[in-house]
Design a protein around this ligand. Structure first.
Ligand code: HEM
Length: 130
């Protein structure tokens, strides 16, 4: 099985419970005061749904799908819009892998590395649009 297959299946196990996205934002927001501040006015229930889709987009792009939706995220997150500091994406990925470790019963260190490898090109696309 390829890395993207492994990650796709792992994500399926994680998505069974909405708690996955609750825990992700808890970890992500606790990684920095500046990040927490970005979400003070956000409807977090809606945001969790949007992220569910966003992570799927990252996986699908790694599987060869069009990156059009990621380019839109690059625009919304760039310096003219949400102004997301490029250094924050590492914290985002760390929080994601930490949440997968907590929720996927089949987690292993290799699977964690597969998640990092698979997420990387999509993250670079969004970050690169800064
Ligand atoms: C909004 C995905 C990284 C902060 C969104 C949305 C999606 C998304 C799907 C909603 C659609 C939109 O508004 O364009 C992602 C993905 C990321 C990522 C896949 C990683 C590659 C980050 C990072 C931050 C961040 C590192 C840092 C704080 C925000 C904020 C919003 C947002 C502030 C708007 C919230 C609101 O509407 O109040 N993100 N995001 N995102 N994201 Fe991200």
């Amino acid at each position: 099985m390829t890395q993207t297959d492994l990650v796709f299946q792992s994500y399926g196990r994680c998505c069974r419970k909405d708690e996955f996205f609750v825990d992700f934002y808890d970890f992500f927001m606790s990684s920095s005061e500046a990040i927490r501040n970005r979400f003070v006015k956000t409807d977090m229930a809606a945001q969790r749904h949007l992220l569910r889709n966003g992570v799927m987009q990252l996986i699908l792009v790694a599987r060869g799908m069009s990156d059009r939706k990621l380019r839109d995220l690059g625009t919304s997150h760039n310096r003219h819009n949400y102004d997301i500091d490029p250094s924050w994406y590492e914290l985002w990925l760390n929080a994601l892998v930490k949440t997968v470790r907590m929720h996927d019963p089949e987690f292993s260190p290799e699977l964690g590395e597969a998640w990092r490898d698979v997420m990387k090109p999509g993250i670079e696309l969004i970050r690169g649009a800064y």
